[in-house]
Ligand binder design. Structure first.
Ligand SMILES: Cc1ncc(C[n+]2csc(CCOP(=O)(O)OP(=O)(O)O)c2C)c(N)n1
Length: 333
C-alpha cells in the first residue's frame, strides 16, 4: 500500500482524522447494509433482484469523498454503495429496496433504480453501460452553466466493453468535460473474467486512445483511491478534462443474490476477504492517523443501531397504492 511508508503527519495534512473517521463510518455503513441485505434476501423478505457491493466499499467512499455535495454521480446495477456514499438517506434507501411507498423513489425503483437527484445521485441503472453517457451529459451541462460541478460515472469491467463508454469518454475528452470515468474491476462480469473478454492488461490503458490520464489504483485502500480521485477532480474542475481511473477490487458475494458462484473457488474469495477494505483501514490506515480501535467500535455500534432502525422503518412502511402505479412514469419536457 502506497501510504504505509508515508509519515502520519503527511497523511493528516491531506485527510484530517475527522475525514478518515467519516470515511470509515461510510464504509462500515455500506458493509452492514450489504451484509444485512444478504440475510434479509435469503429469508425472502426482499423483492426483486439484488446485487451486493460488499468488498468494494473503498472505491465508492474514496472517489465520492473527493467530491462536493452538488457534484454528480451515475451508478450501476450494483449501486447501493455509491448511493450511500453520495448521501442518500439510509431509511429511505432500505424502504426503496423493500418496495415501500416511503422509499426514495416511492418504492417503484427497487435496488437497481435508486435515484436522488437532490443529492446529485443520477441513479443506479439496470442497463449495463447506461450510466456513462448520463455522467458525460451532466458534465457537459455543468461546463455550459460554468457551475464548477464535476460528474463521475462508475462502471464494471464488463461495462467497460460497452460502446457507450467509448462514445462518452471520447466526447468528454474532446470537449474537456469535468468528468471522471471510474471502472470498478471486481474480477468478473457475471461469470466472465476480463482475461477472457479484454485484450489490454489494464482497463485504464484504454485512456491512451483518448489522450487522457489513465490511472490504476488499489481499490481496497480508501486513501489510495481518494488520492487518485482528488487529483482527477482537481484536473476536471480546472477545465483540463476527464480521467479514467481503474480500481482493482473484488466483490465478496455472488454476482446477484442466489448466484451459485461456480466460476470461482472458496479459496479465491477467502484470499480477497483477507484484503478487506475495512481490515486495511483498521490495520494500516488507522494506526497512522492514531485512530483507536475504541473509536472504531463506537462507530460500529452506532451504525448497527441505525441499521436496525432502518429495518423497522422499512418493514412498517406501507406499500405504494395501486393508484400510484401510473404516477412518475412519463415526463413532460
Ligand atoms: C445492456 C445490458 N446487457 C447485459 C445485461 C445483463 N447484465 C447485468 S450485470 C452484467 C455484468 C456486468 O458486469 P460488470 O460491468 O463487470 O459489473 P459488476 O457486476 O462486476 O459490478 C450483465 C451482463 C444488462 N443488464 N444490460
Amino acid at each position: 500500500m502506497a501510504l504505509v511508508d508515508a509519515e502520519r503527519e503527511e497523511l493528516l495534512e491531506i485527510l484530517s482524522r475527522d475525514r478518515l473517521l467519516a470515511m470509515y463510518e461510510q464504509m462500515r455503513t455500506i458493509r452492514v447494509f450489504e451484509d444485512t441485505l444478504h440475510t434479509l434476501f435469503a429469508s425472502g423478505e426482499i423483492p426483486g433482484f439484488v446485487h451486493l457491493y460488499a468488498g468494494e466499499e473503498a472505491v465508492a467512499v474514496g472517489v465520492i469523498g473527493a467530491l462536493k455535495p452538488d457534484d454528480y454521480v451515475s451508478s450501476t446495477h450494483r449501486g447501493h454503495g455509491h448511493c450511500l456514499a453520495k448521501g442518500v438517506e439510509l431509511n429511505s434507501m432500505l424502504a426503496e429496496i423493500y418496495g415501500r411507498a416511503t422509499g426514495v423513489c416511492k418504492g417503484k425503483g427497487g435496488s437497481m433504480h435508486i435515484a436522488d437527484v437532490s443529492r446529485g445521485m443520477l441513479g443506479a441503472n439496470g442497463i449495463v453501460g447506461a450510466g456513462m453517457p448520463l455522467a458525460a451529459g451532466a458534465a457537459l451541462a455543468a461546463k455550459l452553466r460554468r457551475s464548477g460541478q464535476v460528474s463521475v460515472c462508475f462502471f464494471g469491467d464488463g461495462g467497460s466493453n460497452q460502446g457507450t463508454l467509448h462514445e462518452a469518454i471520447n466526447l468528454a475528452a474532446i470537449w474537456d468535460l469535468p468528468c471522471l470515468f471510474v471502472c470498478e474491476n471486481n474480477g468478473y462480469a457475471e461469470a466472465t473474467s476480463p482475461r477472457y473478454s479484454t485484450k489490454v492488461k489494464h482497463i485504464a490503458d484504454r485512456a491512451a486512445a483518448y489522450n487522457i490520464p489513465g490511472v490504476v489504483v488499489d481499490g481496497q485502500d480508501v486513501v489510495e483511491v481518494y488520492l487518485a480521485a482528488r487529483q482527477a477532480v482537481e484536473r476536471a474542475r480546472s477545465g483540463a478534462g476527464p480521467t479514467l481511473i481503474e480500481a482493482k477490487t473484488y466483490r465478496f458475494y455472488g454476482h446477484f443474490e442466489g448466484d451459485a458462484m461456480k466460476y470461482r473457488t472458496a479459496e479465491e474469495v477467502g484470499q480477497f476477504r483477507r484484503r478487506d477494505p475495512l481490515k486495511i483501514f483498521a490495520e494500516e490506515i488507522a494506526p497512522q492517523a492514531e485512530i483507536s480501535s475504541q473509536e472504531m467500535q463506537e462507530i460500529d455500534a452506532a451504525v448497527d443501531r441505525q441499521m436496525q432502525a432502518a429495518i423497522e422503518f422499512a418493514r412498517s412502511s406501507p406499500l405504494p397504492s395501486p393508484e400510484d402505479c401510473l404516477t412518475d412514469v412519463y415526463v413532460n419536457y
